[in-house]
Design a protein around this ligand. Structure first.
Ligand code: BTN
Length: 244
């Protein structure tokens, strides 16, 4: 089935801003690039495959055909807290089971393996939220070095997963939380996200900085107590350090 056919039955409330226009593509370099270049407030761009999907920290995001849900949402304005809202929306769309977790800053893990990454980009007063969810991959679809860290919903949960239903569910949750952010509810979204990250008091290592997390601060940064004082970490690859 073409991507157009697969996503044709998507049903969102008429009043919804997010998804008021949905651009369905078979292939594109990056849905984020497409959405940064064109569209209106709430336009969603989804593609069956991306030839140059972008990840955080300048990485590429593997986006094979038929394997995952690769999409971007274009929003007017620089919306503070967007990635927190996105992480909560994806978590809630997948499930709230205890084996589904938000990993600071914005990955979704199932059974401690990454199934989703989020990349927010901004240009000329536009925010684009890019979300990649691994849906159908078996372990050998990932490069060897990622197999112990990455997985898919199908592999972790079994059962049948529909990319269209998943998209519908993420967009529905996102609509609610983006509306909340736009009405000034940043603190409550940030608090829910920080609670879900569950890092307070945890021993962590982020890009060479090791210590115990004092808190996730108002901006979403980690405040880490280290032997050389408190360090603020706004982004990076975080790992929890297991107790000996
Ligand atoms: C990460 O590194 O964890 C973030 C990955 C974000 C990938 C998504 S897939 C849809 C959108 N288009 C892109 O080029 N990247 C994002």
């Amino acid at each position: 089935m073409s991507a157009l056919g697969e996503y044709a039955g998507l049903s969102l409330p008429r009043s919804a801003i997010i998804g008021n226009r949905i651009v369905v593509l078979d292939a594109i370099d990056s849905t984020n690039s497409f959405a940064l270049a064109t569209g209106g407030d709430g336009t969603v761009v989804v593609s069956d495959t991306q030839t140059a999907g972008r990840g955080r920290l300048g990485r590429t995001w593997l986006s094979l055909s038929g394997q995952g849900l690769w999409f971007s949402v274009r929003l007017e304005g620089l919306i503070k807290g967007l990635v927190f809202a996105a992480a909560l929306a994806v978590r809630d769309a997948i499930d709230r089971a205890p084996n589904v977790a938000i990993k600071w800053p914005n990955d979704i893990l199932v059974n401690k393996k990454k199934v989703c990454g989020i990349l927010a980009e901004h240009r000329d007063g536009i925010s684009v939220l890019g979300i990649g969810i691994n849906v159908h991959q078996q372990p050998d679809a990932f490069p060897r070095d990622l197999r112990s860290k990455a997985s898919s919903l199908q592999h972790e949960f079994g059962g049948t997963w529909s990319r269209a239903h998943l998209l519908e569910s993420v967009l529905t949750h996102l609509e609610r939380s983006v509306m909340l952010l736009r009405s000034g509810a940043y603190d409550s979204i940030r608090d829910s996200w920080a609670d879900a990250c569950d890092l307070q008091g945890q021993a962590v290592r982020v890009d060479g900085i090791s210590g115990r997390v004092i808190e996730i601060d108002a901006s979403g940064a980690l405040q880490i107590e280290t032997p050389s004082g408190v360090r603020t970490v706004v982004s990076g690859d975080m790992t929890r350090v297991e107790k000996e």
